[in-house]
Write a protein that binds this ligand. Structure first.
Ligand SMILES: Cc1cc2nc3c(=O)[nH]c(=O)nc-3n(C[C@H](O)[C@H](O)[C@H](O)COP(=O)(O)O)c2cc1C
Length: 321
């Protein structure tokens, strides 16, 4: 099983292509009682800021017909507590599974600050890469989403790059007209790869209360509803930037969903919401991929980007309706 599932995502050598996504897996130890963490190719921590955060007012999650909405508000323990309390514990559990620390700030400058903290503590934390969560409001710019404004996006990525030599994966927002220029910008600024997609804006109204369900009104949509959106953007980024390593995310529930991302061009995938429904989602997906590879006598590496037929133009533009 080991060799046919092995994959490489830029500088990351992964025993297999299944990672747990940020915010759905705590700091790496949340699923310990269900299965061993060392089974995963890797995992991404909850987004960490320099200082702890309480997050948004409740309710912070709501179920939708094909997914969920969340407005957690990036509640986290802060960098110091992560280094002191979480990292040593998770390092004792993870074996060869890669640890990616996900970071963010309230303004581009704060991205540089948290990245500098990661760099300073890298030997203690022993993380393998940094994922940059640009989907946060810029408090200095009236709450605009940093990940949706190319200037602020570039500034944040540049500051992270200047502060650390660890591999950087920039996590892209799908809440823009075109994700490709953001991937290009991340590559331009020296990121080793991109993770996509984060959640899509959404809202649910409680028709009895005549008010939004979530405490913040809107939130981020995740789960099966967004699978085709993530696959679409991974395909487009791969077509535009064939050399840029990609971690594919969004709506993966089954091994076949994961395979769609790999064939669209991702070297590995992250599983989020599915783990809330089935705590064994990650190992189940892994087992399914292994069975599929064995039955076709192929390795995961052979299928990455397989949906791009060499020499054929990618249909452009896309007409809908
Ligand atoms: C409850 C919840 C919390 C999340 N928190 C974070 C976070 O802290 N940082 C981040 O980069 N993404 C966060 N995400 C986004 C996920 O990592 C992932 O990009 C998104 O949910 C799409 O994948 P999925 O459909 O498999 O869940 C969160 C998602 C959920 C559902």
């Amino acid at each position: 099983m080991v060799e046919r599932l092995a994959t490489t995502c830029g500088p990351l050598e992964l025993a297999n292509p299944v990672l747990a996504a940020s915010g759905t897996f705590g700091y790496g130890d949340s699923f310990e009682r269900f299965w061993p963490l060392s089974l995963l190719g890797g995992f991404v921590t909850k987004t960490l800021f320099v200082a702890p955060r309480d997050g948004n007012p409740a309710p912070r999650v709501a179920e939708t017909s094909a997914g969920m909405l969340n407005s957690i508000g990036l509640a986290n323990v802060g960098w110091e507590a992560f280094v002191r309390d979480k990292a040593p514990r998770v390092n004792a559990l993870r074996g060869r599974s890669r640890m990616i620390v996900n970071v963010a700030g309230n303004a581009p400058e704060e991205f540089g600050e948290i990245a500098a903290r990661v760099e300073a503590d890298r030997d203690v934390v022993r993380c393998d890469a940094v994922e940059v969560n640009v989907s946060c409001p810029n408090v200095k710019e009236g709450g605009t989403n940093i990940g949706c404004h190319i200037g602020q996006f570039r500034d944040a990525v540049r500051r992270v790059r200047a502060a650390t030599t660890l591999p950087i994966f920039v996590k892209l927002s799908p809440n823009v007209a075109d994700v490709v220029p953001f991937a290009l910008c991340a590559a331009d600024e020296g990121a080793e790869g991109v993770s996509l997609v984060n959640t899509l804006y959404g809202m649910q109204i409680d028709t009895e209360r005549r008010a939004p369900v979530l405490g913040t009104g809107s939130g981020g949509l995740s789960g099966p509803a967004i699978l085709p959106v993530g696959v679409h953007w991974v395909f487009k980024v791969r077509a535009a930037l064939p050399e840029l390593p990609i971690l594919g995310i969004g709506g993966i529930t089954t091994w076949r969903d994961a395979l769609q991302y790999l064939m669209a061009g991702a070297q590995a995938v992250q599983v989020g919401t599915a783990s809330f429904v089935n705590p064994h989602a990650c190992p189940d997906i892994l087992a399914g991929l292994d069975r599929w590879c064995a039955s076709r006598n192929v390795a995961i590496r052979d299928v990455v980007g397989a949906a791009h037929r060499v020499g054929e133009a990618v249909e452009e533009p896309v007409w809908t309706g």
